[in-house]
Write a protein of this length. Structure first.
Length: 563
């Protein structure tokens, strides 16, 4: 009786013809293969095909359909077969029948039957929230969190009212007992496999990725969410700039400056209305500064030439922080005059803390112009200024840098010792490293090394040449190579940077340099496809190798972040 509706609608001859075609194709395949040397009894080329051909249509007894599903599942482990079309057509059509059978099999908790039933349910491909929820429960019987997660995501597409509960279920999958996949492996697999059709699934995965600290998966799902929001005609508001900007700040605080830069570019922040455009512009300049993308800063400020700071002076288009970042970029590119113009503008504005930063920048720009005496007077006047509220550490540091550039090493060492006594300022912390570098070598290589550091007033090309002059015989060679690797990364050449890291890690006589090289190589590897676990293993290895002496806090923090 169950087969009559199909016959009445003219579908039964079509199915019979399809089975005949499949059998004919199988016979051709069999004919093309050489016969075995000895065979006691004939066996079908594709037993699943014969089972499907013999299936009844629309019977209530699930066993024949489960047997066929079992055959197909074992024949295609981990995937589905084109023959699922026959299984779908012959199995009963009502959704309720499928749900009842799924619940019955789940209650029996027989793993092979559970997998057969799950295969049958996926072959039926009901776009129904109840079916997908039951399918997720089936997979949890066998602790298959990946397929359970796929089912939950499909459920969220069909039932937006259950989003909160589905989010809770997805979070439980990351710590499900007996699961073979770790939380990060599960998130990476779902991120790479699920075909997003609605923004909600990308949003669910992005939120879950943050909760398990899988930042690469969070970034990929956020990009997918932005694409879906723009492509969805039912989403008139499009991408929420406040959410993206908040994510930019998150990635920036974690050190993923390239992710922040990519998100701002995809956001097309120049098209945003106020106040988002102004906020995004400041963030863009901050991120580019951390990436040391000095030409990018000038271009992002709307000035491909060398007049950005002057334009800021005249039109007051930029705030204090932006003016400082643009002027600082000019200085790193060797445009000392433009940097000086920005520094003077900041000094005249009196806006804290940028007026203070501007006076420091003024001294650096004067050094770049060769006016070292005037630079020294500027720093000395700033240190003696009774109205100054900022700490003295940064001033002492730049006085030390000026002494290094002039070759006055004893004076530089004294100033750096004083600067390192201050805590909190970036320059004060950098002074500790400078003191360490001063102790490594007292030969002529010392001057070339310090001229190659980022704080040097010289441009990137001159810095690279100075670093190349530091020979391998010098104790500063590994640190010079690490600075050279950073220049490679700034130039968009990660392969050359990786080669430098590898060379320093293997050949450096200095334990600290080897640690830095390996840590930076691991951090670079984090961004590569599938590199997260490899980076985590390298950080853990570093903790074992360097557990004595200098505490490898960087590795500890990265392990916390990646876990």
């Amino acid at each position: 009786m169950a087969g009559r509706p199909y016959a009445a609608n003219g579908l039964r001859p079509t199915l019979a013809a399809l089975v005949a075609i499949c059998l004919w194709c199988a016979s051709l395949t069999s004919a093309a293969k050489p016969a075995p040397a000895a065979q006691t009894a004939p066996s079908p080329e594709n037993p699943c095909l014969e089972m499907l051909a013999a299936l009844p249509s629309g019977k209530n007894d699930p066993e024949p359909y489960l047997a066929a599903a079992s055959c197909l599942r074992k024949q295609n482990p981990g995937s589905h077969s084109p023959l699922d079309t026959l299984l779908k057509a012959r199995a009963p059509g009502p959704k309720q029948w499928l749900k009842d059978q799924m619940e019955r099999v789940r209650m029996r908790a027989d793993p092979p039957k559970v997998l057969d039933m799950a295969y049958l349910a996926e072959a039926k491909a009901f776009p129904d929230a109840d079916v997908q929820r039951e399918l997720a429960s089936l997979y949890l019987v066998v602790a298959d969190t990946y397929r359970a997660g796929m089912a939950l995501l499909r459920q969220s597409e069909a039932d937006s009212l259950q989003t909160g509960y589905i989010q809770y279920q997805l979070e439980n999958l990351t710590r499900y007992p007996g699961a073979e996949l770790s939380a990060s492996e599960l998130l990476d697999s779902l991120t790479g496999s699920f075909p997003h059709r609605k923004p909600i699934t990308a949003e669910l995965l992005e939120t879950l990725s943050w909760s398990v600290r899988d930042y690469i998966a969070a970034y990929r799902n956020l990009l997918a969410w932005m694409d879906l929001k723009r492509a969805n005609p039912k989403s008139p508001k499009g991408v929420d700039p406040s959410l993206v900007i908040e994510r930019v700040n998150r990635f920036q605080s974690l050190g993923y400056f390239d992710y922040s830069a990519a998100l701002l570019k995809k956001l097309e922040w120049r098209r945003l209305p106020p106040p988002w455009s102004a906020l995004a512009r400041t963030l863009d300049l901050q991120v580019r500064s951390r990436l040391q993308d000095w030409p990018g800063i000038i271009a992002a400020a709307g000035d491909p030439g060398r007049t950005g700071v002057t334009a800021a002076l005249r039109g007051t288009a930029f705030n204090g922080e932006e003016t400082f970042l643009i002027a600082d970029a000019h200085l790193h590119l060797g445009h000392a005059e433009e940097a000086l113009a920005g520094a003077v503008a900041l000094e005249q504005s009196g806006e804290p803390p940028w007026a203070f930063r501007g006076r420091l920048l003024k001294a650096r720009a004067l050094t770049g112009l060769g006016k070292t005496r005037e630079a020294a007077r500027t720093l000395d006047a700033l240190k003696r200024d009774p109205k100054r509220r900022e700490a003295t550490g940064p001033i002492l540091f730049w006085q030390g840098c000026l002494a290094l550039d002039e070759g006055r090493y004893p004076a530089a060492e004294s100033l750096l010792v004083l600067a390192s006594a201050y805590t909190g300022a970036e320059e004060s912390q950098r002074a500790l490293e400078y003191r360490f570098f001063l102790m490594q070598d007292t030969t002529a290589a010392r001057r070339d090394f310090f001229r190659g550091l980022p704080e040097s007033p010289h441009d990137r090309l001159e810095r690279a040449r100075s670093l190349d002059r530091v020979g391998e015989a010098s104790a500063l060679w590994p640190f010079a190579q690490l600075e050279k690797a950073q220049i490679h990364l700034q130039n968009g050449d990660p392969d050359s940077a990786e080669a430098v890291f590898d060379r320093v890690g293997k050949r450096s006589p200095d334990r600290m340099a080897r640690f830095q090289a390996e840590a930076k190589a691991a951090f670079t590897a984090e961004k590569l496809p599938g590199g997260r676990q490899a980076a985590l293993a390298r950080y853990e290895d570093l903790l074992i190798k360097y557990q004595q002496g200098v505490i490898p806090e960087f590795s500890r923090e990265r392990i916390k972040a990646l876990r």
